[in-house]
Design a protein around this ligand. Structure first.
Ligand SMILES: [Zn+2]
Length: 450
């Protein structure tokens, strides 16, 4: 018999937990691992730009709010305008981070010069990955609340260049690497992608435009997943069939069959289990490592450390009181049940994500069956009496929540399919609990006796 390697329900953490942890450098994504001094400074620069731009906007829109005495005078009208025009279809990664070939991002920047002529000193655009921590290390510190890194940078000019009044276009493209995490918005934090473009004139006018991008991941279904759970010392074996992926919207089928229901080991007496009640629940587990800014790193024991926050929330579930088919005539007995499950509408689920920057989301289906034992007297199979024994069969299965592949033209469609081989797992041995509480009279059993 193979060694039990199935997931045990006991392994599920159901408590909110916060403890300091270290972010190993190998956990960072490529674009972070490569972070050299130059990258770091460019990130700082982004912060700087944002602050500056924010204050510029603030001043030009509401001059009374600023303190014009202390700041240099800026002209109310810019010599040019910038617009980002996206051409690529929705950015969807097809397949897992390890197998996805990425998504092609393309578009053009439209520079509209309103002055008779303008000379641009620099003209750049940065694609920024931004992680927002909703429980930052230091409350109210914007540097602790956000961590940004540069994914890609376009430099449109190598030397100062003159542009005449009118429109000028600058095409850009980039193959977004398939391993980076998708845009995610959760209770503990967010992952966002932003295009941040800035042109600076020789007269120090800065013309900016930003645009956020939504990056999604669509994992392909790879056929149904069959899981087996056994419940020693009984002969009960549960076989559960689930789709390999589910989606935020829409129902999915769950097939359950319970075998080893009848125990004939005693002479003239048949002992058997009957399902009395069942329930299912879908849990979403989120985990994030809030990193500290340089200033607040000493607070948690130095740089490279963070605080782990975990959250579990239920995003679907139901109690089931009837509907299964009990067959005591089949050898060993069998109980079958098929039902539809779905995530709660408006629960805003996270799709499964494992971001090296610290945000992780995963899902589990928890299935609980309450079974009661009964015993035939030997006179006839149809007269049975409850023995009073009742058990809770608790099972847990991993569910993968992913974006629907949708209608967008996939960069991957011309590529041969790459599926990760998922080996069929050995049965999971599951701890069984005695059921404590009042089950009430068994209607099915009562009906049978009449
Ligand atoms: Zn801070």
């Amino acid at each position: 018999m193979p060694m039990p390697t199935g997931i045990r329900p006991g392994a599920l953490k159901t408590s909110k937990n916060s403890k300091p942890t270290t972010t190993p450098p190998s956990d960072r994504p490529d674009f972070e691992r490569k972070s050299s001094q130059e990258r770091k400074s460019s990130v700082m620069e982004i912060f700087h730009h944002k602050e500056k731009r924010g204050s510029l906007v603030g001043r030009s829109n509401s001059p009374t709010k600023g303190s014009p005495k202390n700041s240099p005078k800026i002209s109310a009208t810019k010599p040019a305008k910038l617009v980002i025009d996206m051409e690529s279809p929705p950015l969807i990664f097809h397949g897992s981070p390890a197998s996805s070939t990425g998504a092609l991002l393309s578009g053009q920047l439209l520079l509209t010069v309103t002055d008779p002529e303008v000379t641009l000193q620099s003209f750049e655009m940065v694609l920024v990955a931004r992680t927002t921590f909703k429980k930052p290390v230091s409350k109210d510190c914007p540097d602790c609340a956000t961590k940004t890194s540069e994914v890609f940078k376009w430099k449109f000019l190598s030397e100062p260049t003159k542009y005449k009044k009118g429109g000028h276009t600058f095409p850009f493209s980039y193959l977004l690497p398939g391993h980076i995490p998708a845009t995610s918005h959760g209770g503990l934090g967010d992952i966002d992608y932003v295009l941040d473009c800035k042109a600076i004139t020789t007269l120090s006018d800065s013309i900016t435009v930003t645009r956020s991008l939504t990056v999604e991941r669509a994992l392909q279904p790879t056929g149904d997943k069959v899981s087996i759970r056994v419940f020693p010392p009984t002969n009960l074996t549960a076989r559960v069939v689930l789709p390999s992926v589910i989606h935020p919207i829409g129902e999915f089928p769950v097939q359950l069959s319970l075998t080893g229901v009848i125990d004939n080991s005693l002479n003239n007496v048949e002992r058997r289990w009957r399902i009395r009640r069942m329930n299912w629940r879908i849990d979403e587990q989120t985990k994030i490592i809030s990193a500290a800014c340089k200033k607040h790193a000493p607070k948690i024991g130095g740089e490279g450390k963070g605080i782990l926050h975990e959250e579990v929330r239920s995003i679907g579930g139901s109690d089931i009181k009837s509907g299964w088919k009990t067959d005591f005539d089949t050898h060993g007995g069998q109980i079958d049940y098929e039902f539809s499950a779905a995530l709660k509408p408006n629960c805003k689920p996270l799709c499964d994500v494992a971001s090296p920057t610290g945000l992780e989301a995963s899902h589990n289906l928890i299935l609980e069956l309450i079974v009661a034992e009964e015993q035939t007297s030997g006179v006839g199979k149809n007269t049975a009496m409850p023995t009073g024994a009742a058990r809770v069969l608790r099972m847990q299965f991993k569910l993968v929540v992913t974006t629907r592949a949708g209608m967008g033209i996939s960069w991957d469609e011309e590529m041969p399919p790459m599926y990760e081989d998922v080996p069929s797992s050995p049965p999971g041995y599951t701890k069984m609990e005695d059921f404590e509480g009042d089950l009430g009279p068994d209607e099915e059993l009562e009906r049978m006796r009449q």
